[in-house]
Design a protein around this ligand. Structure first.
Ligand SMILES: [Zn+2]
Length: 270
């Protein structure tokens, strides 16, 4: 087997997959994860020309870089025990139009082009975010079935303002709120491209009726943000189920909190 020794990243996959499985957010083979690598490793320098596979979208900012990606049909509950058989290492060609398999699992998630398109955007706009996590948190998906959050106009703002007002620290973690993409074919490049647009400003993007996409410096960091938003959604549902109206924290109080922590400039309430 070609050299495949990215222990820090593999540990990140393992720990995050373990928690995804525990939370019940990645049922069966649902969800996928990737980490972008800066390709300083000389063993990755050359890909045989014959092994190049054309990408359906150009990713110029990934030229010469590599990505670790979960394989198709892999389960979080198994990655959380032993990540190595489930993670593949892929190199992007110097022209940013092709990729090739280098090591590990060689049956990538069908969302490989979407992950690459997202990493391309991150490399350009938020290079510190190396990790991309997609999963299916229950309370957040349930929100998509509520008429209040399904008005077809500005779901991102409606959901951000309501859900992130449920708990005192939630908006501190996500001052910009979240992005939203209307229902698209799972695994499609269209879904990836629309998400990439939203990720220029947001760390989290809710996929209508599907799940959540999160980015972070590590998978654990991306998972942190999913936890914060999902907990806020759980509070919303719990208050609603109790027969009460989850009005949330007032906008003035949210602004006061953000100002106290120096994050008000990242908040766009209107
Ligand atoms: Zn999914």
């Amino acid at each position: 087997m070609t050299k495949f020794f990215y222990q820090t990243e593999l540990d990140d996959f393992k720990a995050t997959a373990h928690w995804l499985a525990l939370r019940g957010w990645s049922e069966a083979a649902g969800g996928n994860m990737s980490i972008r690598l800066d390709c300083q490793d000389s063993s990755l320098a050359d890909l045989p020309e014959d092994d190049h596979i054309k990408l359906p979208v150009d990713v110029p900012y990934l030229a010469g870089k590599a990505v670790l990606l979960t394989g198709s049909g892999t389960r979080a509950r198994e990655i959380g025990v032993d990540p190595l058989p489930h993670i593949g290492l892929y190199k992007i060609s110097e022209d940013g139009r092709h990729y090739g398999w280098v090591a590990g699992n060689n049956n990538p998630s069908m969302e490989l082009p979407a992950h690459f398109a997202i990493h391309n955007t991150l490399e350009r706009h938020r290079p510190e975010d190396k990790a991309v996590l997609h999963t299916h948190p229950v309370s957040l998906i349930a929100l998509c079935h509520m008429p209040e959050f399904n008005n077809g106009f500005n779901n991102a703002k409606t959901i951000s303002d309501k859900i992130l007002s449920m708990q005192s620290e939630a908006r501190l973690i996500l001052p910009e709120g979240i992005g939203f993409v209307k229902h698209e074919l799972p695994g499609s490049l269209e879904l990836g491209l629309k998400s990439a647009l939203e990720l220029k400003r947001h760390h989290l993007v809710l996929w209508q009726y599907h799940g959540l996409l999160a980015t972070g410096e590590t998978l654990a960091g991306a998972f942190d943000k999913v936890e914060v938003l999902e907990k806020s959604a759980q509070i919303y549902w719990q208050v609603l189920v109790a027969g009460l109206d989850p009005k949330g924290i007032k906008k003035a109080e949210i602004k006061h909190t953000l100002k106290a922590f120096g994050r008000l400039e990242r908040y766009f309430p209107d």
